[in-house]
Write a protein that binds this ligand. Sequence first.
Ligand code: PNS
Length: 164
Amino acid sequence: MSSIAVVPGSFDPVTLGHLDVIRRAAAIFDEVHVLVVHNPGKTAMLPISERANLLQQAIDEDPTIPSNITIASWSVGLLVDYCTEVGATVLVKGIRSQIDIAYETPMVLMNRSLANVETVFLLPEPGHAHVSSSLVRQVASLGGDVSDYVPTAVARYLETTRPA
Ligand code: PNS
């Protein structure tokens, strides 16, 4: 049986840290679904469709990303409902610090309790430890250069549509 994992996130926008985790997940699992999900606790900068679009462009433009990746989005219902729909039993999350572990732990236990979906934590390259979508949004909105932190497709997009 093939192993299917879901890498969920807001991806608002996708960063090089996210791509690093996606690349690592794709080396472990047979199939990886990168899922743009609505986070009820956050106000998003970009609509889900735009986030998924940028993710797809970033993956298409990166020759180091393997081909066993599907981009999808999920804006209604539980994350585990998507997992059930596609037969995924594992979620993959990137962890940069103890703060991320504290943030993720209740979600790990809830997703396991809801649908027996387990979560695997992967550590990205330490060079990405300070990179987050929220800081990228802030730096970009103040006119800073974010090209070291995001895929080229996102840097291009942010240059032409400076976020509020
Ligand atoms: O990139 P983020 O914002 O840290 O990702 C968080 C996300 C979107 C994965 C999380 O908010 C989520 O799982 N949302 C789906 C809602 C859900 O299923 N909630 C119940 C289980 S925790």
